[in-house]
Design a protein around this ligand. Structure first.
Ligand SMILES: [Cu+2]
Length: 315
């Protein structure tokens, strides 16, 4: 069932449980669809005008239909009480200890995701609405000792692999929804409220890129629009061994033409940004472009990224 549904790759520890739940619900719906559909067709044929033109005022006497209804209701209750509620409780009650986790603040706005890291001291600096400006989207107080080392990024959520992540989610304006399909995470961001959520990434985005890499046929002058969001997944050279496109290079139309000219008729390409934060609430005219990027790195790479970000901080 999970393959039939075409669910995206799962990169979080709790993902398989969610996918399992989605599969069970679809199985029930498939059974109901076939059941009610066949009953409907049977009724249309059995009670057609030629066969029985006059209504039977007594109607059905057997209790079969009531039993079926009760059966379906029982199954649905088992699904909700036995599966869905415990799964949900695990997501919202059993938070990992903050000590061993990475805590980030995510502040949604029309139409961007502001990501706030506590920095080297592990303590978030205070924020104030009065300090919000174009340069300071979360209104962070840099004059406070706790706020000096905080790191704020826009639309770029970088996380380490194999460590629980706790997100404190809020919104500056309207209701948005923080959705990362590959991490099986979706939570509304509500102005005036801070809603915590947590997950644990189990795969790096680099690894996901490799898994999503495929062979594509190319031809000079024919540009596959899918290439606009893809990169080369190995180095490609021309006949004189000059590099045309290195691994990770974007596949612009002229690059494809040069590759085709150099005699490559197929290339290995993968998505440039396989993991995205997609706003899942219709939050305004710019909703479609409210997209953030997620990078899951190894612990060492993550720390290197943090210290690089820290080096840009104002003195
Ligand atoms: Cu939004």
């Amino acid at each position: 069932m999970q393959d039939l549904l075409g669910l995206p790759i799962d990169a979080s520890a709790h993902g398989p449980e969610i996918d399992h739940m989605i599969a069970i619900v679809h199985w029930l719906m498939a059974v109901l669809f076939v059941g009610w559909g066949s009953f409907f067709l049977y009724s249309v044929i059995r009670f057609r005008k030629a066969r029985q033109s006059k209504a039977d005022y007594a109607g059905v006497k057997s209790h079969m239909s009531s039993y079926l209804e009760v059966g379906v209701a029982l199954f649905e209750i088992v699904l909700i009480v036995g599966f869905a509620v415990p799964l949900w409780a695990k997501r919202v009650n059993e938070f990992p200890p903050e000590k061993g986790a990475l805590v980030v603040r995510v502040v949604a706005e029309q139409f961007a995701w502001n990501i706030h890291y506590p920095g080297a001291d592990g303590v978030f600096g205070p924020t104030d609405v009065k300090l919000v400006s174009a340069d300071n989207p979360v209104g962070l107080d840099r004059s406070d000792p706790d706020g000096k080392d905080d790191i704020v990024t826009i639309n770029q959520l970088t996380l380490p692999v194999g460590k629980p992540v706790i997100v404190r989610l809020t919104s500056k304006d309207v209701i948005h929804s923080f959705g990362i399909p590959l991490l099986r995470v979706k939570q509304d961001a509500i102005p005036g409220q801070v809603i915590p959520l947590w997950f644990e990434p189990v795969e790096t985005t680099e690894n996901i890129k490799e898994r999503l890499t495929k062979r594509y046929q190319i031809k000079k002058g024919e540009y596959d629009p899918r290439f606009t969001a893809m990169v080369a997944m190995m180095d490609y050279v021309d006949t004189e061994n000059n590099l045309i496109a290195g691994k990770g290079n974007l596949l612009f139309p002229d690059v494809i033409d040069m590759l085709a000219e150099a005699g490559h008729n197929e290339i290995l390409a993968g998505p440039d940004t396989p993991m995205e934060i997609a706003c899942a609430q219709l939050c305004g005219l710019g909703h479609y472009r409210m997209r953030g990027y997620v990078a899951i790195k190894t612990q060492e790479e993550f720390e290197a990224w943090l210290s690089e970000e820290a080096s840009y901080l104002p003195e």
